[in-house]
Write a protein that binds this ligand. Structure first.
Ligand code: ZN
Length: 638
C-alpha cells in the first residue's frame, strides 16, 4: 500500500503518544479538517512547553491544535468571569462566544494585541484558569451583520461542524493504493469568456474544483453556469472546492453543489469566506426582485458556511492524499487569492491566478509572484488585448482628483460603484487626497451594500495594503472611519443631500442597473453643474454603458410606478485605470517576473480574441508554451 504524502493515522498517533509526557493526559486525537486536534486534561502544560507540539508538528508535517477534554473545563459562566478578570480594560472586550464542541471561546475585542498579552501571557492564563481555548478576533470598528450571522450560525451547528471536520480529515489522510499521477486539467467554464469560472484538476487519486461561478451575461442554463453535467465531473468523487475570491463569476454557483449533494470542504481566505456569503445572499435578493428563479436557496448558502475552511495566506494545507494547497495574495479584491497546488511528491505544481492585480493600488498589495515551484500557470486575461494598456495608477488618481475638483466648485459628483472592492478603493483615494488638501473637502455620502462590505474590510486589516494596515494597527486611525464619510441609512435623506451643497455620493449598483445610485441619478441628472463619474467597467447594454455612450434621455419609473423621462444635463466622465485587474503590460510582466518561470501557460477568463492574442505573445517567450483552452478541453499535465 502506498502511503499518503505523510504518515498514516496510526503512525501519527503513535508518534504523538511517544513524544508527549504521560502527565499531560491525552484523551483523544482527532482530525479537524486538514489539522489534527489533541484533546488533553492538562492543555496548559502543552502550551507552556510549546516546543513539544512544534517538534511533533514538524515530524508529522501537520498543523496541530491543542484542545481541552470537556471534563476539565469550568462552566461557561465561571470562564466568562475569569476572562473579564484576566483581560486588561484597554483590550476592549466586546463579546464572548463559547463552542462546547471544540472547547473554544471566541473573544471579540477592540485591541487583539493587548488582549493576547506579551508572548501570549493572557491567553495562557485563561487556559490555566478555565481550560477553555481562547481565540482572539478583532471586533470590526464598522460592525458587519454578515460576520455576526456566520459566527452565530457556526456556533449553533457546532456538532455538525465537528463531524464534518473529522470526516474531511479522514478523507484527506486516506491511504493511497497507487502512486500519484495522470494530472489533468479540464475547463468547465470561464475559458475564452469572462464568467462562470470553473476549472477541474484531477489526478488518479483526487479531484479538485477551482472556482464555481456564474455568468452574469446570460440567463440560458447551458451558458450561465459551469458545465457540471459532463462525465469528467463527478460530484461524489470531488475532494475539495477552492474559491479564489468572492465575485459571483467565481463563487456564485457554489451553493448549488450542496443542493445536489456535495458535502465536502470549500477552501478560501478568511475575508473571502465572509464576502462570498454577502454576495451570494445579494444574488438571491436580486433574482427574487427581478422575479427570476435562482438555482439554489438561502439554505444552500448556509451549507456553504458549515463546509468552509478558511485559510490564511501562506498556510500549506493537505486537501487530498496527493494534493497540497497554499493561497497567496492576488491584489484584486479583499481576500482574493492566487492558488498554488503541489501535486504528488514533487510531481507537478500548478499556479492559478484567479483575478489578480500585478500593480499598485491604495487598498491592497500587488499579487504574489514567487513560489517554491511552478510548472503550469493558469492566468486570467480580462485585459489581455493589445489595446488594453492603462495609464499608471498615479496618473489615474490625478485625473480623478482634477475632474472632481472642477465639479465640486458648484455641483455634486455621483460615482456608481460595485459594493465590494472599487467602492473601498475610491473611498481610500478620496480620503488620501482630501487629507493632503489636494481634493476639495466636501461631505462624502455612501449608500447601498457598501457599508456592510466596508465593515468586512475593517475586520481583516492584515489583508489590506501595508499603508492602510499600518494606519489601522500602528497609528490607531482607521481611514474607513474618516470624518469625511457619512453612511446614508434612510431613503428620505436623499432629497436633503440632493438639495444641499457640493458633495460626493458613492452608491451601488456599479453599472446603474438598480440600487440607490438610480435615486441619486434621477435627482442630480437634470442640472448641468453636477457630474457622473464612472470608475469601473460598464458592460454593453447596461444603463451605465449607454450613458457613457452619450444617452441624454432616460426613461424610468417613479415611486408611484408611473413612467418618467429624465433629461440628462449633468456631465458624464469616465476615469479608466482604477481596475482591480492587471492590464496587458502587467499580465506579460507577471509571466516574465514569476519565479520560477512556468513551462506552460493557460490563458482563461477573457474574451476569445484576447485569450488567443495573449497566448500568441507569451508563446514567443523562451521556453514557455502558451495556449487558450476552449470550453470542455482536457489536457494532461504530468
Ligand atoms: Zn473578480
Amino acid at each position: 500500500m502506498q502511503k499518503s504524502q505523510g504518515l498514516s493515522y496510526a503512525e501519527i498517533r503513535s508518534s504523538i503518544l511517544q513524544n508527549i509526557p504521560q502527565e499531560i493526559g491525552i484523551t483523544r486525537i482527532e482530525f479537524e479538517g486538514p489539522r489534527l486536534a489533541i484533546y488533553t486534561k492538562r492543555p496548559e502544560k502543552l502550551l507552556e512547553q510549546s516546543h513539544i507540539v512544534a517538534s511533533i508538528a514538524g515530524t508529522i508535517k501537520k498543523r496541530i491544535v491543542v484542545r481541552s477534554d470537556p471534563s476539565v473545563r469550568t462552566t461557561e459562566r465561571e470562564a466568562e468571569r475569569a476572562i473579564k478578570e484576566i483581560l486588561p480594560e484597554e483590550a476592549g472586550l466586546v463579546q464572548t462566544y463559547f463552542d462546547p464542541t471544540l472547547g473554544e471561546v471566541v473573544l471579540e475585542v477592540l485591541k487583539p494585541g493587548v488582549a493576547i498579552g506579551k508572548g501570549g501571557s493572557n491567553l495562557l492564563e485563561i487556559v490555566r484558569r478555565t481550560r477553555w481555548s481562547p481565540n482572539v478576533v478583532r471586533s470590526p470598528p464598522i460592525p458587519s451583520m454578515t460576520i455576526k450571522q456566520i459566527q452565530g450560525y457556526l456556533y449553533s451547528k457546532s456538532k455538525e461542524r465537528e463531524r464534518f471536520l473529522r470526516e474531511t480529515g479522514e478523507s484527506i489522510f486516506r491511504p493511497m493504493y497507487s502512486p500519484s499521477g495522470d494530472v489533468r486539467i479540464t475547463t468547465l467554464g470561464g475559458s475564452r469568456q469572462v464568467g462562470r469560472s470553473a476549472i477541474l484538476i484531477r489526478t488518479r487519486e483526487s479531484s479538485i474544483l477551482l472556482d464555481c461561478g456564474i455568468n452574469p451575461g446570460t440567463s440560458k442554463p447551458l451558458g450561465a453556469f459551469p458545465r457540471l453535467d459532463v462525465e469528467e465531473f463527478d460530484l461524489r468523487r470531488l475532494d475539495a472546492v477552492v474559491i479564489t475570491h468572492a465575485h459571483l463569476d467565481h463563487c456564485g454557483f457554489l451553493p448549488y453543489l450542496y443542493k445536489y449533494g456535495y458535502d465536502g470542504p470549500v477552501y478560501c481566505s478568511q475575508p473571502t469566506a465572509s464576502l462570498m456569503v454577502l454576495l451570494q445572499g445579494d444574488y438571491l435578493d436580486v433574482m427574487s426582485k427581478e422575479g427570476r428563479v435562482a438555482p439554489y436557496g438561502p439554505e444552500d448558502i448556509r451549507e456553504v458556511i458549515i463546509h468552509t475552511i478558511p485559510l490564511v495566506y501562506g498556510e500549506v494545507t493537505d486537501v487530498s492524499p496527493d494534493i497540497r494547497l497554499t493561497l497567496h495574495n492576488a491584489g484584486h479584491i479583499l481576500g482574493s487569492s492566487i492558488v498554488h497546488l503541489h501535486i504528488g511528491k514533487g510531481l507537478h505544481n500548478i499556479v492559478y491566478t484567479g483575478d489578480f492585480k500585478f500593480g499598485y493600488t491604495q487598498l491592497l498589495q500587488p499579487a504574489a509572484h514567487q513560489f517554491p515551484r511552478v510548472e503550469t500557470l493558469i492566468m486570467e486575461s480580462t485585459y489581455g488585448g493589445p489595446k488594453d494598456v492603462t495609464a499608471p495608477r498615479m496618473e489615474t488618481e490625478a485625473e480623478f482628483v482634477k475632474i472632481a475638483n472642477s465639479i465640486l466648485k458648484r455641483g455634486k459628483v455621483l460615482i456608481p460603484v460595485p459594493a465590494v472592492g472599487r467602492a473601498q478603493e475610491i473611498m481610500m483615494v478620496i480620503n488620501k487626497y482630501m487629507e493632503r488638501g489636494d481634493l476639495v473637502e466636501v461631505p462624502v455620502y455612501i449608500e447601498g451594500m457598501i457599508s456592510e462590505a466596508t465593515g468586512i474590510h475593517t475586520a481583516y486589516p492584515g489583508y489590506l495594503s501595508n499603508g492602510i494596515r499600518d494606519q489601522i494597527l500602528r497609528e490607531g486611525r482607521n481611514p474607513f472611519e474618516s470624518d469625511y464619510f457619512t453612511v446614508v441609512k434612510q431613503a428620505d435623506s436623499r432629497d436633503e443631500i440632493a438639495e444641499g451643497g457640493p458633495c460626493i455620493i458613492i452608491a451601488t449598483a456599479g453599472m446603474m442597473e438598480g440600487g440607490p445610485v438610480i435615486e441619486y441619478f434621477k435627482r442630480l441628472a437634470p442640472w448641468e453643474e453636477n457630474s457622473l463619474i464612472f470608475v469601473s467597467y460598464q458592460v454593453a447594454g447596461t444603463l451605465g454603458n449607454r450613458l457613457q455612450s452619450g444617452l441624454r434621455s432616460v426613461q424610468t419609473f417613479n415611486s408611484n410606478g408611473k413612467m418618467e423621462v429624465i433629461n440628462v444635463r449633468m456631465s458624464v466622465h469616465t476615469v479608466e485605470g482604477f481596475s482591480g485587474h492587471s492590464d496587458r503590460r502587467q499580465l506579460l510582466n507577471y509571466v516574465r517576473k514569476m519565479r520560477p518561470t512556468p513551462r506552460r501557460v493557460f490563458l482563461v477568463h477573457g474574451e476569445e480574441s484576447k485569450c488567443e492574442n495573449l497566448a500568441r505573445t507569451i508563446s514567443r517567450f523562451r521556453g514557455v508554451q502558451a495556449l487558450a483552452p476552449g470550453l470542455l478541453e482536457t489536457f494532461k499535465l504530468a
